[in-house]
Design a protein around this ligand. Structure first.
Ligand code: ZN
Length: 129
């Protein structure tokens, strides 16, 4: 699945797209792995609430500020994005039961862009039980 991000750092809710892939596949029970192949992006599960979305991005910026003397910035100027990606992780595994994703009421699947805007790819791997 392709995503065109529009900010340097942003959360993109991909829950509906993943649900639609699960539905199209016809899988009933198994697991769904949502992963990213990029080194400056991540996949997370959390609530899609406007304030919280800002809080998550502010938290990441506070924890790992831009251009804070990182060695990688000497060649690429995006060390903060790599470090944020290391912290968040590149995939989430979600159970599939009865043909649908097993997610909590408030859980959404987010693609986290940390060095955009760019064209990105999200991988959805389904394993039938
Ligand atoms: Zn880099």
């Amino acid at each position: 699945m392709n995503i065109r991000t529009s900010e340097r750092i942003e959360l993109v809710d991909i829950t509906q797209e993943v649900k639609s892939e699960v539905h199209k596949s016809g899988i009933v029970n198994g697991i769904c792995v949502v992963s990213t192949s990029h080194t400056t992006t991540a996949i997370i599960l959390n609530e899609n609430e406007t304030g919280l979305r800002h809080d998550i991005l502010d938290f990441l910026e506070k924890l790992i500020p831009l251009s804070a003397g990182y060695q990688h910035d000497r060649i690429d100027n995006n060390a903060d994005a790599h470090l944020k990606a290391v912290m968040l992780g590149s995939s989430e595994t979600i159970p599939v039961m009865g043909g649908g994703l097993v997610l909590g009421t408030w859980q959404h699947i987010f693609f986290v862009e940390m060095d955009g805007p760019r064209q990105r790819t999200v991988n959805i791997t389904l394993v039938n039980q």
